[in-house]
Design a binder for this molecule. Structure first.
Ligand code: FEO
Length: 402
């Protein structure tokens, strides 16, 4: 075991004992250029308790950090708030090493962990609202189904006003600093938004209900300790408000234009459309898909009110990069968008219709019939593109002013 990893104090009784994954660049299709952390916490109660574990290759780092505050073998309870492998990957080995008296998860989590690892370890399922005595302290469990998996739950340590929130309020960000107030605000906000957009957006309605449930419960929360990224202590209300905003899908006067191009014709169309949007008073992001990752596209869409998608037709279909982005976006279910499709073609020109079909499935309200241009757009075609941008801008402004 390494001598170099230290536990970081969060409160008098709680220490961060997770792992920093500086090298991670992908989380199932979501690009993570700033790496990530897998957070685990130890509560130094009469019954010492470990909250979550880490991704399997990082087990030794976690055990080394735990060893700087307590002998891992003296941990009596382990709580698994979320069974996804970035938090439970080393749980079976940790159970074998630590030999805790009891391991707890939500009732769904106890089944999921057995279905993942097939070890036969007893995992005790807890119910929503159930409490657990740690001797001199108490934990309360709160089911948060689908945030981010069906098994997910929060664990609340009333004695320290601390909420262990697993994926919620987290972000993929590897830093030496453990607290949000120690890191540049714009990085925190961007990576928090990116995490929400790429992981939690489909669960927006549930998140609103969960936030409401937490508010109604009257729990005093001074610290939120998520399973990824920094811990919130000075800006708890800020991240709660951001989650409300993101899950309410409060869009701005902002349009996102994504496209790919074969011989620059669709690119020319995109530029004229963007010119129309900007002239119409809309904040506009143009993202060429050959150079923009799908996870950055969805991050830009989080606060946008319009999505415009361009593709040339290749072999009777849309470009593969466009299909990739649309399949990813459709799964994340962005809400309240207007949009359109455009693209150049040579002889058949199916791409625009195919894009419109997917946008319709995504419940994007289509403005106009889309725009197809044969081969290379001339001045008149580019003027039509400009007008399309203006039309979308007008519609978006109308919606924002409703
Ligand atoms: Fe960080 Fe849903 O796992």
């Amino acid at each position: 075991m390494s001598d170099f990893f230290k536990a970081i104090k969060v409160t008098d009784h709680v220490y961060w004992v997770g792992a920093i994954d500086w090298e991670s660049r992908d989380f199932h299709g979501y690009q993570t250029p700033r790496g990530s952390t897998y957070n685990a916490y130890v509560i130094l109660a009469e019954k010492p308790t470990l909250i979550d574990t880490v991704k399997k290759p990082f087990m030794d780092e976690m055990l080394a950090r735990i060893s700087t505050v307590i002998d891992p073998a003296s941990i009596e309870y382990i709580i698994s708030n979320h069974s996804e492998m970035d938090h439970s990957g080393c749980l079976p080995e940790v159970i074998d090493i630590i030999k805790p008296q009891k391991v707890f998860a939500s009732s769904i989590g106890s089944k999921t962990l057995e279905q993942e690892f097939h070890t036969g370890h007893e995992i005790i399922g807890v119910k929503d609202g159930e409490t657990l005595s740690l001797g001199n302290m108490n934990l309360t469990f709160m089911e948060t189904k689908m945030l981010h998996w069906p098994d997910s739950m929060f664990t609340y340590l009333a004695d320290e006003n601390l909420l262990f929130s697993q994926d919620a309020f987290g972000m993929h960000l590897a830093t030496g600093e453990r607290f949000a107030d120690e890191i540049d605000e714009w990085i925190i906000e961007y990576e928090g938004a990116k995490y929400f957009a790429n992981i939690l957006m489909p669960m927006s309605a549930l998140i609103l209900r969960t936030l409401d449930k937490v508010e109604r419960s009257g729990l005093k929360i001074d610290i939120i300790a998520p399973d990824h990224g920094p811990i919130w202590r000075k800006e708890v209300n800020k991240i709660l408000e951001l989650y409300k905003k993101w899950s309410s899908k409060d869009f701005e006067k902002k349009a996102v234009v994504i496209y790919d191009t074969m011989w620059h014709s669709t690119e020319m169309m995109a530029h004229s459309i963007v010119d129309g949007l900007i002239t119409g008073g809309i904040t506009t992001k143009l993202l060429p898909l050959r150079a923009s990752h799908r996870s950055d596209v969805v991050t830009e869409i989080l606060d946008a009110g319009a999505l415009l998608v361009g593709s040339p037709t290749i072999n009777n279909n849309m470009f593969p990069t466009v299909a990739d982005a649309l399949v990813y976006l459709k799964g994340l279910r962005p809400q309240n968008l207007i949009g359109t499709a455009f693209g150049s073609y040579g002889w058949s020109g199916e791409a625009v219709e195919h894009i419109k079909e997917i946008l319709t499935e995504m419940k994007v309200e289509l403005i106009g019939d889309g725009l197809k241009v044969r081969y290379v757009p001339d001045k008149s075609a580019l003027a039509q593109c400009f007008d399309l941008g203006r039309l979308i801008a007008e519609e978006l402004i109308k919606r924002c002013e409703k």
